[in-house]
Design a protein around this ligand. Structure first.
Ligand code: CAA
Length: 256
């Protein structure tokens, strides 16, 4: 499968999805969002053990396409919001960890796609924020829910109320980025994280992600119950037996 504004590349079991619309700083229009959705599905179906999301050129994703949005009716905006949510949800539910490699501007919907990933690594020159307030709208693809979980309620409110654009170090300080590296090192840093993830037992990794996600689906009590069941369900799998046997036998495990 191929798309005009999205590339999907493979390195062993690691898939990299690059939003490739550099003339618009990778702003997301309908065709690009649809392509992202298809590429994410293809990566899942083809068994990616980690997925990296990044942008072509100097931007990660400069947001939803403002030129497309400016004249939308409320009804059309509802559909548009659903489309962006579907893509963010697909990243969140992706059956393996996802890593946003934030290589530049990540505003509005771009920040929201990064928020929907499991981990975020950024280059020194990245800038991130939910800038929608200055366009007279609010975040439309998940930031009102996902941002406070990551950075805390007060910081999220400040970011969203003031449309703050944070530099990479400031974003790392509030917990929005897990790691900041030199611009030239970003692709390697993301690949290294992805390779480390891909080397882990895939079924346990997927279950860990589902259990972590479940914690956000409802009250903590049901998340804890879910975790108990998910934890128990891994016992008896090849990777559990092998992982523990290898530890006991003081050797490297051979995971499925
Ligand atoms: N939508 C559409 N086009 C965009 C865009 C966007 N979000 N961001 C940048 N572009 C386009 C510009 O219009 C410009 O196109 P032309 O050459 O055809 O004029 C091209 O990309 C380059 O942009 P600039 O000339 O503005 O580049 P710059 O380096 O001077 O500034 C920037 C870069 C600071 C990122 C600036 O472009 C900017 O502020 N962009 C908007 C960022 C933003 O507010 N994003 C949030 C959108 S709202 C949203 O995402 C809602 C949601 O939650 C779903």
């Amino acid at each position: 499968m191929s798309w005009n504004t999205v590339q999907l590349e493979w390195d062993d079991d690691v898939a990299t999805l690059t939003v490739d619309r550099p003339d618009a700083l990778n702003a997301l229009n309908v065709a690009t969002l649809e392509a992202m959705g298809e590429a994410i599905e293809a990566a899942a179906n083809d068994g990616a053990r980690a997925l990296v999301l990044t942008g072509a050129g100097d931007a990660f994703i400069a947001g939803a396409d403002i030129k497309y949005m400016q004249d939308l009716s409320a009804e059309a905006a509802q559909e548009w919001g659903e489309l962006g949510h579907d893509v963010a949800d697909a990243l969140e539910a992706f059956p393996a960890p996802t890593i946003a490699a934030v290589n530049g501007y990540a505003f509005g919907g771009g920040c929201e796609m990064a928020l929907a990933c499991d981990l975020r690594v950024a280059s020194e020159s990245a800038l991130i924020g939910n800038t929608e307030i200055d366009l007279g709208i609010i975040p439309g693809w998940g930031a009102t829910q996902r941002l406070p979980r990551l950075v805390g309620d007060e910081t999220a409110r400040r970011m969203i109320f003031f449309g703050e654009r944070l530099g990479a170090d400031a974003a790392a300080e509030v917990g929005l980025f897990g790691e900041v590296v030199a611009d030239d090192d970003l692709a390697d840093a993301a690949a290294e994280l992805a390779d480390r993830i891909a080397a882990k037992p895939a079924f346990a990794m997927r279950t860990a992600k589902q259990a972590l996600n479940q914690g956000y689906e409802g009250p903590q009590a049901s998340g804890l119950e879910y975790e108990k069941r998910a934890f128990a369900s891994l016992f008896g799998t090849h990777d559990q037996r092998e992982g523990m046997a290898a530890f006991v036998e003081d050797r490297d495990p051979e995971f499925e």
